[in-house]
Design a protein around this ligand. Sequence first.
Ligand code: NDP
Length: 258
Amino acid sequence: MSTETPAKPLSGRVAVVTGASSGIGEASAEHLAELGAAVAVLARRADRLDDVVARIQKAGGTALAITADVTDEAAVRAAADRVAAELGGADLLFNNAGVMLPAPVEELATDQWKHQIDLNITGLMNAIGAFTPQLVSAAGERGVADLINTSSIAAQNIFPNFAVYSATKAYVTHLSRHLRVELGPKNVRVSAIEPGIVGTELQSHVTDDGALQWLDGSKETMEWLTPQDIAETIGFIACLPPRVNLQQLTIMPTRQPS
Ligand code: NDP
């Protein structure tokens, strides 16, 4: 029997995770590092990113904290330059930073509309713009790269008072389908993940009473997903053979109806 330790499946790969200071992004960054990838973690809260990097390094992994606001195009381009200089360029972008601010449309919560559109759409595009050249280049050299965008079950189903959030996520899913066709011939796989409810800080930003009551009530009837559940799904997608592109993946709490 061989005594050699099997190579980690993502050894040699370089992942960038946006929204890595909490929730899904934080858990995914740690999991990708466990699988062997060097990981750049990106968000606004430097102290939280430093904690993530320290944990990854303590476990023997490689990580780089980059404090940046993804709605700032120049900051995201500077982040991409750092990833190229310090880690050799990304071959996996988990494009995950986002915010959910439901409210009845008649309340005209225009600041919240703008916040969701700026982050969930423009921020997502800024990361795609900054990192796609690295993904294409890495795929050319190594035969595979991944762009994984975080959408939501809200992209498919109808949730009263979640119109703006849901529309931003429908954008993410539809964009991902198009980019898969565009980038697939260059060996860049594109996936959209569509989770149901995951217990994270996402719910703590909600101010609408009706939505808060709905979320609270849902805890009585179901066990929410955990960030680790999504992290393992991201790891699964990234570890698939290069010929396999999991285009769209909906992952729901077992008891969540829609
Ligand atoms: P969290 O609130 O825990 O995480 C959001 C992350 O985004 C944080 O790391 C936050 O860090 C970062 N972020 C927020 N604004 C910016 C910004 N301007 N620039 C850079 N980073 C930013 O929530 P989740 O982990 O749940 O959310 C991750 C993704 O999952 C989102 O896109 C969300 O829409 C999606 N999703 C979540 C579901 C859920 O039920 N939780 C279900 C379906 C989809 P910081 O504040 O430090 O910048």
